[in-house]
Every structure is written in structure tokens, then in C-alpha cells.
Design a binder for this molecule. Sequence first.
Ligand code: GDP
Ligand code: MN
Length: 376
Amino acid sequence: MKVHEYQAKEIFKRFGIQTPKEKMCRTVEEVVEASKEIGIPCVIKAQVMVGGRGKAGGIKIAKNDTEVVEYAEAILGMDIKGISVKKVLVSEAVDIGSEAYLGIIVDRTEKKTVVMACKEGGVEIEEIARKKPEAIYKVYADSLLGLLPYKAREIGLFLYDDPKVAFECASIAAKLYTLFINLDSSLAEINPLVWDKSGRLIALDAKINFDDNGLFRHPDVEGMRDRESEDENELNAREKDLSYVRLTGNIGCVVNGAGLAMATMDLVKHFGGEPANFLDIGGSSSPEKVMNALEILLRDRNVKVIFFNIFGGITRCDDVANGILEAKKKLSIKQPIVARLTGTNEDKAMEILKEAGLIFANSMDDGAKKAIELLK
Ligand code: GDP
Ligand code: MN
């Protein structure tokens, strides 16, 4: 789960990380009111959970009353990458001395939490990682002992020459680490971390992602969920107990089990196709679940072919077959369906689907290839 910048900053404050004076607003009037409280110049920032807000015109520094109104009107309701801006953050304009990057993620290869720092802040870290990986300094936290103080100081001393600032930065790194662990976060990022002209070390932007599997331990975080800005299909899928992630391709995949779903997407890509989604219908599927899955999948207009890859174990192939049959009737599916159904009750499934006009595949490879072939 992701949260907005203003929410992430509320959490930062709770953990003692300094943020600019700011206020979340939903209307132009609220922005005008907030600008009086915070002072002019102030920064007006679109609250959307996508990158590149700045470039899209979603961040503006207002230098007088007229600009406050002008920018508030322009940003509220603005469309950024398909998302309409409903909230803005009015923030104290900080006099920037230097901008740095400080972030924490899990390094899957090392099986450890890694703290990353970079002297070039404000820009996308993914871009630096691609072009100039040596500019990113990494320290690993010990899985039992946490981020040891000397490691935190290493980060501070890498970013800042002035020892006072470096130690202040080490303390921020330690706080960010505590936040990351305590809240079952999967990413915690300050970009930019600003050393301002008055000598403060301050988080000008904040990003926190949470591990969905840990959310039950953090009802306050769950309470921050912004239903309006989540993908409606993904939300719908979660309610129906399906794991769905929308992608950009045109082959809609329906699979049982997350591992098999990943493998199916890999295979589609391997043979030159593009999956439209990740969709795991789960272990024990009923016809109804298959029906729900297809309903969600078909809302994506890019889907041109549907590929069922079912390995029947607890999942029974005849259940899935009945679901397909029912969905075909109720949803009037026009896209061709490639089906690889193997395992428990596969014979019954074949019997059920015999007249349904599906294209059958006898292996995953075969299925992926047939799905791609159909696009031509
Ligand atoms: P992002 O582009 O969505 O990551 O938004 P950020 O909050 O990181 O802001 C992007 C950039 O805008 C920062 O790196 C700064 O250069 C600039 N910026 C944001 N807030 C302020 C501010 O208060 N004062 C000044 N001078 N620049 C700011
Ligand atoms: Mn940023």
C-alpha cells in the first residue's frame, strides 16, 4: 500500500524526522487560508501517488497572493498521468542549500535491509542507479541488531563534510530505519533531504510503501488508504479475494497460484508477447471466482486474448471450466480464450468445454505460443 506525501510526512513527524511547515488542502479557499498561516512564498504540491509530478506542472512556488490562487486553481483538478488531483499540500518554501537522497528498501539478493544515500537528491534514484550506480552509497542493516550506529554515521559522513550535519543526518537515517521496521514498510524514502540555508536538515519530500501483509498490525496506516486514488480494478479484486495487478500488455492471464502466475507472465514475454495483467485466482477456486476474475480482467480494454493456465491440485479443473462457460454466457466474451487445464478433473473440464469454442493447449509453452499467435 502507498500513501500520499502529506501522510508520509505525518508519519515522519511521529518518528522525529523534521518536515517543512505544511498543510493539506482540498479547495482553493483552503489553500489561500493555509498560505496565510504558512507564509508566502509557499510551495503548492499536487498529492498524487505517481512520480514526475514536478515535470507535469504539479509543483509550483507561489510568490504572492495572486499566484497562490492561480496555482491552486491550476493544480487542483489537474490530470497527472490519468489521475485527477483532489488534494494539494501547501508547504513552507524552503531555502535550499543542498539536496540529497536517503532511502531504505529490502535488498532481496543480500536478504537484508539496505540504506541508500546519494549526493544528488531531487532526481529519480532509478535513473541514477541506471546511469551512475557508483554515486549511490549503500550500507546494510544487520537483521538482528538493526542499523548499527556506526553504519548510520557512515551514511551521514558520505553525504556531508561538516561533522555536525553528518551526525544529524545519521540520526535521521536511524529514525527512518526505525520507521521502516516498526511499520512493516517496504520502502521509505526522503528525496530530497535538504540542508537549508538556515542550517536545518529537513525532509522536503516523503515516500513510504507498506507491505500489505503487515497492515493488519497497523490499523492507523490502513486508515490512511485513499480509495479514490487506487486502481479500481485492483481494489475490486482484493475485495473478491483475487490478486490482480494491471500491466500494459494485451494477453490477459488467468492463473491459479502466484508462482505459476509469475511463470506464466515470464513465458508470455519469453515468446515475444506482453501480459496484460498478473492474476492469481487462488488455490481453491469456484466457478464464481473465475467469473469475477474474468469480469475484472475484461474491464481492461487492451486485453485481446485470454490465456488460462490452470494447474489443478486443490483447484478443480471442472470448477474452472464451469466458471469459463458461465462467464462466456453472462459477459459475452468476444476475445479468444486459450486454455491449458491440467490436473484434478481435467477430463471433466474437457467434457464441459468441448462445445465452448476454446483453443486448448497441452502445455504452458504451447498455451503461451498459441495466445501470441492469435494476436497476429
Ligand atoms: P517530486 O518531484 O514529486 O519528487 O517532488 P519533490 O517534493 O521532491 O520536489 C521536487 C523538487 O522541487 C525538489 O527537488 C526541489 O528542487 C523543488 N522544491 C520542492 N519544494 C521546494 C521548496 O520549498 N523550495 C524550493 N526552493 N524548491 C522546492
Ligand atoms: Mn521527490
